[in-house]
Design a protein around this ligand. Structure first.
Ligand code: APR
Length: 232
């Protein structure tokens, strides 16, 4: 029997226990910055040095962070399911935990791209500096999807989501579209779980179990339930 298809849609809350702050829990400020100043094309135009510095710091912090039990359970689910992780996070903690199939909907701290041609994408470990140029001569920028920008991987993510047997949402406030919309197009009979310390209101979703807990504990409970529902 082929393995059942399981999708994990993760957000900032899954990395909170690894010491990476979420966005909206801080009251609109993100590490002391107005989100629009550091995560929008307007902010980039106004002050590219600030934006580069901001993401250089986030990259350093992400490099030091370690996956927590929630990321590890997501990896362990691969023993039983055909797992795809769709993450809104730009850290690499799912990869560090060993997950094999991770879609970064909002880009990655460990890639940079041309500001002229979004297809010119490069891996990066260190800092991006003002004056670092792509081969076409434009300033290199973080490969991050900012507010107001298109989400190129959303079609792929939607196709995989619609096809899932089990769909787990963990640590996202579901405030940002199109990512938040993925849960709205699932089949009625797809088994759905939502794990969040402070769960967003999603009463309109059928066949959904809500677990109000921190990500590590919530994912442990989801794993337990899945093992009951799908015994080997
Ligand atoms: N365990 C589980 N959930 C948690 C924890 C925790 N330890 N800590 C916080 N949360 C929950 C919060 O209750 C909230 O619902 O995680 C969620 C975090 O929500 P946001 O900060 O809005 O993060 P996210 O949903 O990932 O944001 C989406 O917005 O700014 C953009 O592009 C950015 O990808 C980001 C997108």
């Amino acid at each position: 029997m082929p393995k059942k298809k399981l999708v994990v849609l993760s957000g900032a809350g899954i990395s909170a226990e690894s010491g990476i702050p979420t966005f909206r829990d801080a009251g609109g400020l993100w590490e002391g910055h107005d989100v629009m100043e550091v995560a929008s094309p307007q902010g980039w135009k106004k002050n590219p040095a600030l934006v580069l510095d901001f993401y250089n710091q986030r990259r350093k912090a992400a490099k030091q962070a370690q996956p927590n039990d929630a990321h590890k359970i997501v990896k362990r689910l691969e023993d039983y399911f055909d797992v795809t992780v769709i993450t809104q996070n730009v850290d690499d903690l799912h990869e560090k935990a060993g997950s094999s199939h991770v879609i970064h909907l909002h880009g990655s701290l460990f890639q940079m791209r041309s500001s002229l041609d979004e297809n010119l994408v490069y891996d990066i470990e260190g800092d991006i500096h003002l004056g670092d140029k792509c081969p076409k001569g434009s300033q290199l920028r973080p490969h991050i999807v900012w507010f107001g920008e298109a989400v190129p991987l959303i079609t792929t993510a939607a196709e995989i989501s619609i096809d899932s047997d089990v769909f787990i949402v963990v640590g996202t406030s579901l405030q940002v579209y199109p990512a938040a919309g993925l849960i709205e197009y699932l089949h009625r009979d797809t088994l759905k779980f939502l794990v969040d310390l402070n769960p967003p209101s999603v009463d309109y979703i059928k066949n959904l179990t809500i677990i109000a807990d921190k990500a590590s504990e919530g994912m442990r409970k989801v794993m337990e339930k899945l093992m009951e529902i799908f015994p080997n």
